[in-house]
Design a protein. Structure first.
Length: 127
């Protein structure tokens, strides 16, 4: 019974735009919901819409921002790729663009502000 209550509680935060929210839909909340629902054998109400929401956060540079229009950062890119993968998204070209953007961040001299934003995106995502 506890799992069902948890799933219901998480799904309350699913928005019409396909994202999950705290105050408005964002990548971080969407990632947390998707990754928490999965081991509970559940998914967002509309996984396709959720995927579309996440993809709308990709910037021309290949990275993802934490919300639509936000600059790309490594954490948001990591969380988006992880959530997309969990949702079964498999357009390798979009995932490769994201991974290339992260690699560029590592190879460029990052600013001190960027240094705290470096999780590792697993190479297994592209397999």
């Amino acid at each position: 019974m506890m799992h069902k209550d948890t799933v219901r509680w998480i799904l309350r935060f699913f928005e019409a735009d396909g994202g999950f929210k705290s105050t408005f839909s964002d990548v971080w909340c969407t990632y947390a919901a998707v990754k928490t629902l999965s081991p509970l054998n559940s998914r967002p109400r509309d996984p396709e819409k959720c995927t579309e929401f996440l993809l709308r956060n990709q910037n021309p540079d290949g990275g993802f921002g934490w919300k639509v229009g936000a600059y790309s950062d490594v954490w948001s890119t990591h969380y988006t790729v992880e959530a997309l993968t969990e949702l079964g998204f498999d357009d390798i070209s979009i995932l490769e663009r994201a991974c290339e953007w992260v690699q560029k961040c590592y190879s460029d001299n990052p600013s001190p502000i960027q240094l705290f934003k470096f999780p590792l995106i697993s190479p297994n995502i592209l397999k």
